[in-house]
Design a protein around this ligand. Structure first.
Ligand SMILES: Cc1cc2nc3c(=O)[nH]c(=O)nc-3n(C[C@H](O)[C@H](O)[C@H](O)COP(=O)(O)OP(=O)(O)OC[C@H]3O[C@@H](n4cnc5c(N)ncnc54)[C@H](O)[C@@H]3O)c2cc1C
Length: 395
């Protein structure tokens, strides 16, 4: 089936709205980069008139002309992080945990918790790239019909702001992956403590928290997916929740690409002001050295964007996209760094001055290659898929 990324009138309207919101977010970019400790819920008062741009699902959709939800969501993510990634994140509702809830929760759970902003906590002090090493435990107390959670989680995105968390814990350490289940724990539950907020290299306006759970009791029905069959074979268990990454990885790529596009736009403007002529379509030898270098960075951006949209398009068509989603994230993870670094190099002192945002964009884009599986882990997944290796063959 041919892929067509032509934008419809609805698509263009959504992206225009996103761009206007992005311009507002950009006004706050430096402030929250430098005031990471501030955590005001009423951030961006003048953006209040815009609906949160990630909620593109709210727009009526005509299958014949409009881009499907995954593609328009990726384009909206690019547009919105073009404004400022972390200010936008701070403003938006919903978190990574909401994606897990919609993939793995029962209808009743989705109805009950769908309105909450949910963080997702997998990573622990001794468990990051290999989530099967989760040490956080969940023990069923049959007498009270409650799960008792004990353990620590680190690097929880939107962990301070979230209303609750989808957390991975093991019910049987000897069972490895099969013992890992997802649970929903709401803020305010006794035994659930937000231990601290991280101070970070970049994306400082969005909070990243560490959690501690000590004899934290939650109702039995807070096991995501609830019934045993869903947990072991279907969407609620380890494999099912891992599948949610097939959609969130291209979104992480898109988020990084928005930052890279901002860097390219700024650099293009400055190069043109300095008299550099960017001529497209000719041979590279007819271009000046800065023009040739800049156009190569733009090409890298376009290649990464197309890989990301392709992964999203496959998801929208209900086709498998495991390899493509890892390709999009692995490619964007390095491309966005190369682009931001290249722009800084081309603009010299202007690139590293805090009077402009380029140096911040380089710091902000670093996360693209870390969370939701590092670049190395994406390359392992791609190699396994292409070469037909199992996890045991190649790890
Ligand atoms: C700002 C931020 C936000 C985050 N948000 C969340 C969140 O919301 N929820 C959450 O659960 N986690 C989150 N994380 C954690 C993130 O997912 C992990 O940092 C990431 O998975 C890597 O794990 P690690 O840091 O433990 O590194 P490790 O797993 O210790 O890896 C260290 C290095 O070794 C490499 N490596 C590891 N295994 C292999 C291998 N088999 N082959 C080759 N190389 C390998 C890795 O690529 C990496 O470069 C966040 C992290 C950050 C920095």
């Amino acid at each position: 089936m041919p892929i067509d990324f032509t934008l419809s009138e609805r698509d263009r309207g959504i992206l225009q709205n996103v761009r206007e919101e992005g311009l507002i977010c950009r006004n706050y970019a430096r402030y929250y980069d430098e005031h990471e400790e501030e955590f005001a819920p009423d951030v961006l008062p003048e953006a209040a008139t815009f609906e949160p741009s990630f909620d593109v699902s709210a727009h009526p959709y005509d299958k014949r002309v409009d881009s499907g939800l995954p593609v328009i969501s990726a384009l909206a993510s690019i547009g919105s992080t073009w404004g400022d990634y972390s200010v936008r994140m701070r403003r938006g509702g919903g978190g990574l945990g909401n994606a897990a809830l919609s993939a793995a929760g029962t209808d009743e759970q989705k109805k009950k918790w769908g309105g909450l902003t949910l963080a997702m906590a997998i990573t622990e002090p001794g468990c990051g790239s290999d989530p099967s090493k989760v040490q956080c435990t969940a023990v069923l107390d049959e007498a009270s019909d409650e799960w008792v959670i004990d353990g620590e989680k680190i690097f929880v995105t939107t962990g301070c702001r979230a209303d609750g968390v989808i957390l991975w814990a093991t019910v049987d350490k000897s069972a490895g992956r099969a013992g890992i289940k997802s649970f929903l724990v709401e803020k305010g539950t006794p035994g659930f403590v937000v231990a601290h907020k991280e101070k970070k290299l970049g994306i400082r306006a969005d909070d990243t928290a560490a959690y501690v759970f000590t004899e934290c009791r939650i109702p039995r029905e807070n096991l995501l997916g609830l019934n045993e069959e869903v947990q072991t074979k279907g969407s609620g268990g380890f494999r099912g929740v891992m599948k949610t990454f097939n959609m969130t990885r291209p979104m992480v790529a898109a988020i990084g690409l928005g930052i890279a596009e901002a860097a390219l736009d700024f650099t293009r403007e400055e190069l043109e002001k300095a008299g550099v002529v960017l001529e497209y379509g000719g041979s590279e030898s007819s271009l000046s050295a800065p023009a040739a270098r800049f156009i190569r960075l733009e090409t890298l951006f376009e290649a990464s964007k197309l890989a990301t949209l392709r992964a999203c398009w496959l998801a929208g068509e209900g086709q498998p996209n495991n390899t493509e989603s890892s390709v999009s994230k692995a490619h964007a993870g390095t491309a966005v760094r190369e682009i931001c670094q290249g722009c800084i190099e081309m603009l010299g002192p202007m690139g590293i001055s805090r009077e402009h945002l380029l140096e911040k964009w380089l710091r902000d884009c670093r996360i693209t290659d870390i969370y939701e599986g590092t670049g190395q882990i994406q390359r392992l997944i791609i190699a396994r898929d292409l070469l037909g290796y199992t996890r045991a063959d190649l790890k």
